[in-house]
Design a protein around this ligand. Structure first.
Ligand SMILES: [Zn+2]
Length: 353
C-alpha cells in the first residue's frame, strides 16, 4: 500500500518529566542517538559545572565543552573544537544560548543534536532555528531539529521563575501568530499549513487555558510540551510562521530600537500578542490573554518592562520593518503614529489595571 501521508520531522525521543535527567544516559545510549557512547556535551561555564558533576559518572564517553556565550563566533568555535573528535552526537545542556550554539555547531559538523534545556524561556528548544548574535546584531540560522529532547522538570523548577514566565509569553503568542497567518491567507492568498497551525495553536491554547501556575509541576509539564510542539510546528511548516507574527515583530522592534534595555523575548512577545489581538478587533480574547499573562506575573503594558507609551508606539510603528515580507495585522492595518496612540489608549482601558 502506498504511503500517502507525510512524515513529521521530529525527535526520536521526547522525555519531559521530573527526574528525566537521571535517565539521560539511557536516552543517549539508544543506538539511534549514540551507539559508541562518544558524545560532545556543550555546557555553560557557570551553572553547567554542577550539571557536569552530576552527569559525568553516567556518561563515561562524553567530552565536555564550555561554551562562552550565545554568539555566532562561540558556535563556530564550538564546531571547530568538536570536529576533531569521533562523536556520535552533540548534547546541548543548558539555557537557550547553549542550546543554540550546540544546534549550530552540530549542524556544521553534521552530527545530530540532543537538546537538554535547563529552562523554558522560549520555544527554541526544539525548533529548526538557532538564534545567535553576530556582527550585525542578531541572526536566525536554519538547522535540523534535535534528534532527542530531554526536559527535567525538577531542573526547570530550580531556574529563576522569570524564565518560566517568558516561556508562557512565547507559547501564548502562538495564538496571535496563527491569527496573522490566517489573515495573510485570506488577504494575500498565503498558503497555510493546517497541521503546523493546529499544533502551534493547541500548544498556545493549552498554556492559555491551564488553571495552574508557574510553581505547579502539571503546569510546567504542559508548558514544556507546548514549547516542544511549537518547535515541531515550525519544522512542519519549514519556517517560524506558526509561532511568529505581529507579536514577534513587536518583540524584534524592542530588541533593535532599544538593544540594551530590551526585556526577555517571551515577555515582549506576550505583550505584543495581547496588543495584536486587540488591534485585530478580538477585544475579548485580548483582555482574556492579558488577564492570564498578568496572573502569571508577565507584563501587559510597556511601563511594566521599563518603556514609555511613546517608546512602545514607536516600536509598533517600526515592527513591520523587522520582518519584511511577513504579512500580519500590523502590515494589514498600516497604522499612522496617531492611530497607534489612539488604539493603544483604548487597549489600556480595555484590559483594565
Ligand atoms: Zn518566540
Amino acid at each position: 500500500m502506498p504511503v500517502l501521508t507525510r512524515l513529521i520531522p521530529s525527535p526520536v525521543v521526547v522525555d519531559i518529566r521530573p527526574g528525566a535527567l537521571d535517565d539521560l544516559g539511557c536516552v543517549l545510549a539508544d543506538e539511534r542517538v549514540s551507539h559508541s557512547g562518544k558524545l560532545a556535551v556543550a555546557v555553560s561555564g557557570g551553572s553547567g559545572a554542577r550539571l557536569r558533576e552530576r552527569l559525568a559518572p553516567s556518561l563515561p564517553g562524553a567530552s565536555w565543552y564550555e561554551v562562552g556565550g550565545g554568539t555566532l563566533d562561540d558556535a563556530v568555535r564550538l564546531a571547530g573544537a568538536i570536529k576533531a573528535g569521533h562523536y556520535d552526537a552533540v548534547v546541548g545542556l543548558g539555557g537557550g544560548k547553549i542550546i543554540d550554539c550546540a544546534k549550530f555547531a552540530a549542524a556544521r559538523v553534521g552530527l545530530p543534536l540532543v537538546a537538554v534545556p535547563t529552562n523554558l524561556a522560549h520555544d527554541g528548544l526544539c525548533s529548526p532555528v538557532a538564534t545567535l548574535d553576530n556582527d550585525a546584531g542578531r541572526g536566525s540560522y536554519g538547522v535540523p531539529n534535535p534528534i532527542a529532547v530531554v526536559i527535567d522538570l525538577d531542573v526547570i523548577r530550580e531556574a529563576p521563575v522569570r524564565f518560566v514566565r517568558a516561556g508562557i509569553g512565547d507559547a501564548v503568542s502562538n495564538i496571535s501568530a496563527i491569527a496573522d497567518w490566517e489573515l495573510a491567507h485570506r488577504v494575500k492568498g498565503e498558503k497555510i499549513d493546517g497541521l503546523a497551525a493546529a499544533i502551534a495553536r493547541q500548544a498556545g491554547e493549552a498554556v492559555l487555558r491551564h488553571p495552574g501556575g508557574v510553581g505547579d509541576t502539571d503546569f510546567l509539564q504542559v508548558l514544556a510540551e507546548a514549547l516542544v510542539l511549537s518547535g515541531i510546528a515550525m519544522s512542519v511548516s519549514g519556517d517560524s510562521r506558526p509561532s511568529s507574527g505581529a507579536c514577534h515583530e513587536i518583540n524584534h522592534a524592542f530588541d533593535l530600537l532599544y538593544p540594551r534595555r530590551a526585556a526577555a523575548h517571551g515577555e515582549q512577545c506576550g505583550l505584543g500578542a495581547a496588543f495584536a489581538m486587540y488591534l485585530r478587533g478580538a477585544h475579548e480574547e485580548s483582555a482574556y490573554m492579558a488577564g492570564v499573562l498578568r496572573r502569571h506575573g508577565l507584563p501587559v503594558l510597556p511601563e511594566e518592562i521599563g518603556f514609555s507609551t511613546q517608546e512602545f508606539v514607536r516600536a509598533v510603528e517600526f515592527a513591520p520593518q523587522t520582518r519584511p515580507g511577513r504579512y500580519t495585522i500590523l502590515e494589514h492595518l498600516d497604522l499612522t503614529t496617531d492611530q497607534i496612540k489612539d488604539i493603544y489608549a483604548d487597549y489600556v482601558k480595555a484590559i483594565g489595571s
